[in-house]
Design a binder for this molecule. Structure first.
Ligand code: BGC
Length: 474
């Protein structure tokens, strides 16, 4: 039995006590997840804002593309910088720095007198998104009791999906007044709450132990979990033992034993994007127009519907990740994605989609989003916060996040060209084929991390065992 098992396995009275003790961990996860909310809001808000920005600065289609993708370029930079910075200075200061960048970016984009400053502001926002996208799940995973780590980390993905819906609603509400500057400015509010909130939260106890700040680690563990002295000591000594067997740096990350984790993170990052999620989310109005929803307001409402489906099914994932485990959700979700993409492609074979075919297209889009939301969406970010040993967690997560944002950018830049060359049906089928590859890889290689402490997962790699054997070992 591991230190944090004890309070979870007791009778009902103990469970209630646990709920009380764990409350602070939820509060901490909630604040860190504001990083996810900003990630969702700031990536979503551009879809409405760009219509007015385009008019205001008389943008050419090329410049419009630059304004839209500036955030992705920034996120690539943030992903590169975030990991090493968080290993060196700690998770908490880096989240606070990201919050400051979010706020500066919001102010910069809202006040930008010309398009170049607007682009600069969006790059700053992108850097903050890139950093937050990896450090928020990392921080949550490192403070969470292992039995609820899946749900807690997935709160970040949930906040992300809520952020996307809020951005659609804000765009919708402010569109009448052409108030694009306010659309950007409003992100400053969660940014300030995130920054101020993090000032009151402790540093990750695991990071503290890895920097030999044992006394602070003790205090942090007691604060977030309220555990007994013995439990805290046992956990600290487990982390120390595991650290004692790690060398850190690129050499360890690339070593034969850690390589499976590296591969899992990078490939899931790629699969998460090349199965088309962001083309569906951000081109949803266009897809709905292809599908026969001609009026702009019908397309916007349908888009908000997509966002809501995303939120609702992410809630399902939050509730299930620690019960059914990560693998079943990932595998079932991928099956749903492949089937719905296949049907979507088939619906688009016909030149004019209307009536029942339009409904089939809209329904398959909803099934696709729901399937992503229970599987690949939350599971990717969760697994990358779990599979790397502590000393290389920043580097490993940074690399996986970099692949994620890099492939996001490539998919965004190629979607319209793909439609030109492969046709609509061909494009969705291509994403479906990628989904099949993702399923096979996940089935054969992705470990089940449910119920394991991060140190048990580290030990598994050290023993040189196959990733899939993880759920069979303790
Ligand atoms: C992905 C994003 C995507 C979002 C949609 C995240 O897990 O990384 O690229 O926009 O899910 O919910």
């Amino acid at each position: 039995m591991t230190p944090i098992d004890t309070p979870h396995s007791g009778a009902e009275g103990k469970e209630t006590k646990l709920a009380k003790k764990d409350r602070f961990v939820y509060v901490a996860a909630f604040f860190a997840a504001l990083g996810g909310l900003l990630f969702g809001y700031d990536t979503g808000v551009i879809s409405g804002a760009i219509l007015f920005v385009k008019q205001q600065f008389a943008l050419t289609p090329g410049m419009e593309g630059v304004v839209v993708s500036a955030v992705l370029a920034g996120a690539v930079i943030g992903a590169i910088a975030g990991g090493p910075l968080s290993d060196r200075y700690g998770r908490r200061p880096v989240i606070i720095a990201a919050a400051i960048l979010f706020a500066l970016g919001a102010a910069g984009t809202a006040l930008a007198p010309g398009v170049y400053l607007l682009i600069a502001g969006r790059v700053v926002v992108g850097v903050a998104i890139g950093v937050a996208s990896l450090i928020a799940p990392m921080y949550i995973a490192e403070i969470a009791p292992h039995k609820i780590r899946g749900s807690l980390v997935a709160l970040n993905q949930l906040a992300l999906t809520v952020g996307i819906v809020i951005s659609y609603l804000v765009d919708y509400a402010l569109a009448g007044a052409h108030a694009w500057r306010w659309m950007f400015a409003l992100a400053a509010i969660p940014a300030l709450i995130l920054g101020i909130g993090m000032l009151f939260l402790p540093e990750s106890p695991r990071w503290l132990v890895s920097h030999a700040l044992i006394e602070r680690a003790r205090t942090a563990l007691k604060r977030v979990r309220g555990e007994s002295k013995e439990q805290t000591e046992r956990e600290i000594s487990e982390i120390q033992t595991s650290l004692g067997q790690q060398t850190g740096g690129w050499a360890e990350l690339l070593s034969a034993k850690v390589r499976p984790g590296l591969l899992i993170g990078m490939l899931l990052a790629l699969f998460q994007q090349i199965t088309g999620i962001n083309t569906v989310i951000y081109y949803a109005p266009t897809i709905f127009q292809f599908a026969g929803f001609k009026s702009a307001s019908a397309a916007i409402l349908a888009t908000i519907g997509v966002g809501v489906v995303n939120v609702v099914f992410t809630v399902v994932a939050v509730r299930l990740l620690d019960k059914t485990g990560r693998r079943p959700l990932l595998l079932v979700g991928l099956v749903g994605m492949v089937l719905s993409l296949t049907v979507l492609g088939w619906a688009f074979l016909s030149q004019s989609i209307s009536g029942s075919l339009g409904l089939v297209a809209a329904a398959s889009l909803a099934v696709y989003i729901a399937s992503f939301a229970i599987g690949l969406g939350p599971v990717f970010w969760l697994l990358i916060s779990e599979v790397y040993p502590l000393k290389v967690r920043g580097l490993g997560m940074g690399l996986a996040t970099l692949v994620n944002w890099g492939s996001n950018l490539v998919v965004a830049l190629t979607f319209l060209d793909l439609i030109q060359s492969l046709g609509r049906a061909g494009t969705f089928w291509l994403y479906a084929v990628m989904g099949v590859a993702a399923w096979l890889f996940s089935y054969l290689y992705v470990p089940e991390t449910k119920g394991k402490t991060l140190e048990e997962i580290e030990e598994h790699w050290r023993a040189g065992r196959h990733p899939r054997e993880l759920n069979r070992t303790t």
